[in-house]
Ligand binder design. Sequence first.
Ligand code: URA
Length: 212
Amino acid sequence: MAKFEVVNHPLIQHKLTIIRDKDCSTKVFREVTNEIGMLMAYEITRDLPLEDIEIETPIMKTTQKQIAGKKLAIVPILRAGLGMVDGIMDMIPAARVGHIGMYRDPDTLEAIEYFAKFPQDIDERRVFVVDPMLATGVSAITALNQLTTKYNVKEENITFVCLVAAPEGIKALQEAHPNVDIYTAALDEKLNEHGYIIPGLGDAGDRIFGTK
Ligand code: URA
């Protein structure tokens, strides 16, 4: 059974309140979004397997733990996903980074992929797909469709990471990809008629990059 977790650590909740505020500057929004990404990295990596290794301290030989298993990849959905990557990378600096870009066709409302570049061994990695806002779920589902069908990544090896989710997006994503773990810092009330999450934090991409 895949996990669905609202990461309610006090530091994350506090920082999320800072960026939800409409008067938060672009600079602070960007910094704090990365800080939340760093804190969420703790939770999303909690189940990584460990193995024993022999090392020698200045005092003696000893058996200690190191992370084992699959190598890691972070895949931000462009462009807002970029806002969390540096923070996550602070915690897992050896992870490779793939990118997937999508725009919403204004007529069909479908998500159209316009860019995708992944590590060549992405199907052998544990993959963290990152997008701050899980609204309708269309972009997330389309990105996961691509990863699972075109690049052969198994759902079991994918974790979807966001800051704010709408119940509609969670439901859609769980139905489309039932074996993908989902972590969010907040589960908000619902979507409004324009597809924005309420109360939400507005357009995450615009707020990260100062384009509004
Ligand atoms: N994307 C955003 O950036 N914000 C929302 O509220 C919904 C989708």
